[in-house]
Design a protein around this ligand. Sequence first.
Ligand SMILES: [Zn+2]
Length: 301
Amino acid sequence: MLKPLSDDAAALKLTVLRHRTFSTIVLNPEHWALFSLSISARALRNTMSGAQVLSSSTSRPTAQNFMDIDSRMQSASVVALSCRMVGGGSDGSLDICARVCLIDQEENIIFHTYVRPQIPITNYRYERTGISPEYLRDAMPLKQAQRKIQDFLCNGEPIWKVRSKGTRARILVGHGLDHDLESLEIEYPQLLIRDLANYPPMMKTSKLSNSLKYLTQTYLGYEIQTGIQDPYEDCVAAMRLYGRLKAQPHSGDYASGSGEVQNRNNFPAWRQRELENMSPAELLEISASDYYCWCLDAQRV
Ligand SMILES: [Zn+2]
């Protein structure tokens, strides 16, 4: 059984844990008890928030039907993206992007549009998306939305340069961005992606990622995705979480800065057994970070 942590202890533990990879923490209950992020929402907010208090809801109204790339936003170096999906395929389970929003760090909308899909929609998922056929009839074709977003993200850089360090291309923040980008048919390098769904400090265990709704409630203290879901609201939540994580002070820096993404879910059986037999000290030894810590973004010029 885990003893409840005091807020101070929890805060300290979080700081220590932020740079430990969770990939090695598997199965053994003692190890789990040692490393587990057992932490109250209040302690976490105290740790993460500093003096800033966020409003309990986003201040903007639902984004209007269409807002083209705002040229005043050209200086944005970090942007958040979110899509709303409707259903395609015979059973309506295929996710198809029907609405997309892009915001800057000040939560201004850079781009918003409904998207006309390339294949028939079989389920509008109206209760969650609020999207009905008339929204999409004259909406921007997918290819056009894709090109606009891709161009904006690359920020005038040729694609080969986007993949190199020191690029002018923009950092892209979101939750489950693989899925969003796939639905938009956009390719973007991992080096520039900050995805809350697979950022190790945001993963409750080594194998599970948490929903944006959960992360927002737990770490920011307010509800999103109640009723009809607005992609602007998701963008704001993702950007706020990113900002908090990036700015969170912590001691030491174990970040490799390599930006390598490891597959954490597929240990071979022999490796699993090996890990289970390790002592806590041995586990700590091999647990130096193998992920890119977002605090390094604060040092980018
Ligand atoms: Zn760091």
